[in-house]
Design a protein around this ligand. Structure first.
Ligand SMILES: Nc1ncnc2c1ncn2[C@@H]1O[C@H](COP(=O)(O)OP(=O)(O)O)[C@@H](O)[C@H]1O
Ligand SMILES: [Mg+2]
Length: 259
C-alpha cells in the first residue's frame, strides 16, 4: 500500500514548489519509489523538478475516447494501461505523471473510469505518491484517484489566506474525501516568524500547523531565472522547512508500518 501526500490550496501559494521539495526529500532518503502526480490542469510540477514530459493523462483520455470506441472490456483496459505507461516519465527514484487538461463538462464516460482504475493499480507500485493539486478540490472529489493519507493545505501568510485554507479543509470534509491527517502549511512567511493574527486564524479554523515555510529568496531567484526551483541549495530555508515536515511524516509512517 502506498502512502499518499496531497498538496492543495489556492493558486500561487507555493503548492508546486512544496510538492517538488517533498518529492526530493523522499528520493534523497530512499523512501522510494515515488510517484509524482501533477494534477494541475496547468501543469508545472515537471518544471519545478526540471523534467520534461510528452503525454498527459488528459491527452490519453481524449484519444482513448476516439480510438477505444472500437475496443471493449479487457482490450480497452489493456489499451489504456499501455497509454498510461507511456505517459509515465521515469526518473531516478521517482516517476512523474501529468494529468493535464480536465475533461469536458458532464463527461463521466467509461474511459474515465477505466483510467482511474489503471492509475489506482499503478499506485500500488509506489511507496509514496505526491499529488500537486490545482487550486480548489476538483481532483479530490470528482476526479478522486486515491485516498489521501496526508493532506496539506498551503496558504500565504495572511489572515485571509488562512481563512480560505479553512474553507478548503471544511469542503474536503463535507465531500467525504477520506483524509487521515490534515495540516496547514503557511508559506512565504517573512523571517519565518508567523504573525500572531495568522496563527490565531489557523487555530480558529482548527487546522494544525505542522510547519511554517519562510520567504526564501533562493526560490524566488531560481524561479525568476526560469531555473527549476528543485535546484535550490540544501541549506535553503524553504527546503529545510519542508525537510523537517517530511521527517515527521516519514517517521509517523514508519510507526504505522510497525504497528
Ligand atoms: N518559500 C518561498 N519563498 C519565496 N518564493 C516562493 C516560496 N514558495 C513559492 N514561491 C514562489 O511563489 C510563486 C508560486 O509558487 P508555486 O509553487 O508555483 O505555487 P502554486 O503551485 O500554488 O501555484 C512562484 O513564483 C514561487 O517561486
Ligand atoms: Mg502549481
Amino acid at each position: 500500500m502506498s502512502i499518499t501526500i496531497a498538496v492543495t490550496g489556492k493558486g500561487g501559494v507555493g503548492k508546486t514548489t512544496i510538492s517538488a521539495l517533498m518529492l526530493q526529500w523522499l528520493v534523497a532518503h530512499k523512501a522510494t519509489p515515488v510517484l509524482a502526480v501533477d494534477a494541475d490542469s496547468n501543469a508545472n510540477l515537471n518544471e519545478a523538478l526540471g523534467v520534461s514530459y510528452s503525454a498527459s493523462v488528459g491527452g490519453i483520455r481524449e484519444d482513448a475516447r476516439r480510438q477505444a470506441k472500437d475496443l471493449a472490456g479487457v482490450a480497452k483496459q489493456e489499451f489504456l494501461d499501455l497509454r498510461v505507461q507511456e505517459a509515465l516519465v521515469e526518473q531516478d527514484g521517482f516517476d512523474l505523471i501529468v494529468m493535464g487538461r480536465p475533461e469536458g463538462p458532464g463527461c463521466y464516460c467509461f474511459a474515465n473510469n477505466v483510467l482511474r482504475d489503471v492509475i489506482k493499480r499503478l499506485a500500488d507500485n509506489y511507496r509514496y505518491i505526491v499529488v500537486d493539486n490545482e487550486a480548489g478540490l476538483e481532483h479530490l472529489s470528482r476526479r478522486t484517484l486515491l485516498t489521501v493519507d496526508h493532506l496539506f493545505i498551503v496558504s500565504d501568510c495572511t489572515v485571509r489566506g488562512v481563512r480560505t485554507a479553512g474553507r478548503i479543509a471544511r469542503l474536503t470534509a463535507e465531500m467525504g474525501t477520506p483524509v487521515a491527517d490534515c495540516g496547514l502549511i503557511v508559506n512565504r512567511v517573512p523571517g519565518g516568524v508567523l504573525p500572531d493574527a495568522v496563527r490565531a486564524e489557523a487555530e480558529a479554523a482548527g487546522l494544525p500547523l505542522p510547519v511554517v515555510i519562510p520567504m526564501d529568496d533562493n526560490v524566488a531567484v531560481l524561479d525568476a531565472g526560469g531555473i527549476a526551483v528543485g535546484d535550490i541549495p540544501d541549506d535553503a530555508p524553504a527546503r529545510q522547512a519542508v525537510n523537517t515536515l517530511m521527517e515527521r511524516v516519514h517517521d509517523k509512517e514508519l510507526l504505522n508500518v510497525k504497528r
